[in-house]
Ligand binder design. Structure first.
Ligand SMILES: Cc1cc2nc3c(=O)[nH]c(=O)nc-3n(C[C@H](O)[C@H](O)[C@H](O)COP(=O)(O)OP(=O)(O)OC[C@H]3O[C@@H](n4cnc5c(N)ncnc54)[C@H](O)[C@@H]3O)c2cc1C
Length: 414
């Protein structure tokens, strides 16, 4: 696959980001290079609207992620009316649940509104995931997990989100998939993960994907060689972004609100950042303004806690600010949340040993079960979860073991 586009145009970035996060190898050609012009001429489409994806003989002009899904994966709709288990979200938690559910013989539907991998698809190297001593790219891990789930019989629908659901009197659920599609399931595993936290600075949104990127900007890294760039954040995702940018040859300034990196970042990353000569860490500092020209970002202004402001040159700004759980749907569904919006499950639902008032079954909620029998929560969205890939995978596997118990109950008429 070859992509022809313009580096700082948001629609072109979107396609590059989509391919990177789906672990689809591709070659990038800047639109005004002789190679790009020659390739389009050869294919008989010299004036094709950018961005253009060339896949063998096929030319997809004005490409978008949705257009690529339609061209490559065809219509994403369920093949059955009812499944044993519907999994919402194909991040690490949902993918693991799908692998275990389908390998156990359950009819399994995995629904992903974007593309598999979730947050992990944004990271170029996960170094602390069990079994990969050299590390593994998040998108690559997700691609293999998706293939594994499908090989066991999971139906994986990409670009097809869940809009809502309703409880049925017989204990099952109907999920609304949009565009008039609905599907039933005997149990649901909710694994919708987290949404990036936004920063409220004037002009930032206008430069989004044109020099300002939420997340580690994996698809941008190689384009930043030789450039000054700024990363904001102090968690592992910020640490990984800083390291991969510096390794690609960028000069990186890291802005951190707190007074230390060690509070929120793994020790191995802190050590590498401190040892790297192209990384400048500014503690107790926050972003107050950005500057841009016609092309894109030129600089940011950072203010430290002692009141001093400094203008830092920057061609790209990466915001790795962590996130908030995707649970806006929960209240209407009677799924209980903690104060921060994470889903309460199992023992966390009990109040001094008492079950929730509207809980109807003659047993306590199972370990990862929400306040609605038959709906389970897995991964980052769950109160008390580890916020790690391995934790999410563990949750996904455990949720399936508990789903079996719920399905047995349904057979017994509970
Ligand atoms: C840049 C970065 C680097 C990281 N590095 C590491 C690391 O090195 N090691 C580590 O252990 N952890 C790391 N993490 C954390 C790790 O990625 C997360 O803990 C993990 O991805 C959580 O998995 P999850 O499945 O719970 O949720 P997510 O990964 O957030 O996935 C949720 C998925 O659900 C989908 N979804 C949401 N709503 C719907 C809906 N209504 N319908 C259908 N689909 C929906 C989303 O599109 C998404 O794909 C990193 C995170 C980031 C952002």
């Amino acid at each position: 696959v070859t992509v022809i586009g313009r580096r700082l145009v948001p629609s072109d970035h979107e396609v590059r980001d989509y391919l990177t996060r789906s672990a689809q190898p591709f070659e990038w050609l800047d639109a005004d290079t002789p190679e790009a012009v020659e390739l389009l001429r050869e294919r008989g489409t010299p004036d094709a609207e950018l961005p253009v994806v060339v896949d063998g003989e096929e030319v997809i002009a004005a490409a978008t992620p949705r257009g690529l899904i339609a061209a490559w994966l065809h219509e994403q709709v369920p093949s059955q009316g009812c499944y044993d288990i519907a999994i919402v979200g194909a991040g690490p938690a949902g993918l693991a649940a799908a692998v275990y559910a389908s390998s156990d013989g359950l009819s399994t539907l995995l629904l992903e509104r974007d593309l598999p991998g979730g947050q992990a698809s944004h990271t170029s190297l996960i170094e602390n995931f069990f079994g990969f001593p050299e590390g593994i790219g998040g998108a690559e891990l997700a691609r293999m997990a998706g293939r594994q789930a499908e090989s066991f019989g999971t139906e994986l629908l990409i670009g097809r989100g869940v809009r809502g659901h309703r409880d049925e009197p017989n204990g099952t659920f109907t999920l609304d998939l949009g565009d008039g599609y609905a599907v039933s399931a005997r149990a649901i595993v909710a694994a919708p993960g987290m949404e990036w936290r936004r920063l409220d600075v004037e002009g930032l949104d206008g430069l989004r994907d044109r020099g300002v990127y939420y997340g580690a900007g994996r698809s941008e890294t190689t384009q930043c060689a030789g450039d000054p760039v700024v990363v904001i954040g102090a968690g592992n995702s910020a640490g990984q972004a800083v390291m991969s940018l510096a390794q690609a040859g960028a000069r990186v300034t890291m802005l951190v609100r707190g007074d230390s990196l060690t509070k929120s970042m793994s020790g191995y990353l802190v050590d590498r950042i401190e040892a790297h000569s192209s990384i400048d860490v500014r503690l107790r500092t926050r972003l107050t303004a950005i500057d841009a020209d016609d092309v894109g970002l030129t600089a940011v202004t950072a203010r430290s806690d002692d009141g001093a402001s400094e203008r830092v040159p920057a061609r790209a700004l990466f915001l790795c600010l962590g996130g908030t759980p995707r649970t806006a749907w929960a209240e209407a569904s009677r799924v209980r949340l903690d104060r921060q919006g994470f889903i309460l499950t199992g023992p966390d639902l009990l109040d001094e040993g008492r079950r929730p008032a509207d809980w109807q079954l003659p047993r306590d909620p199972l370990a990862l079960e929400t306040s609605v029998p038959g709906i389970f929560a897995a991964g980052d969205v769950r109160h008390g979860s580890a916020k790690r890939v391995a934790g999410a995978v563990g949750d996904g596997a455990m949720a399936v073991a508990l789903v079996h118990r719920r399905l047995a109950e349904l057979v017994d008429g509970a």
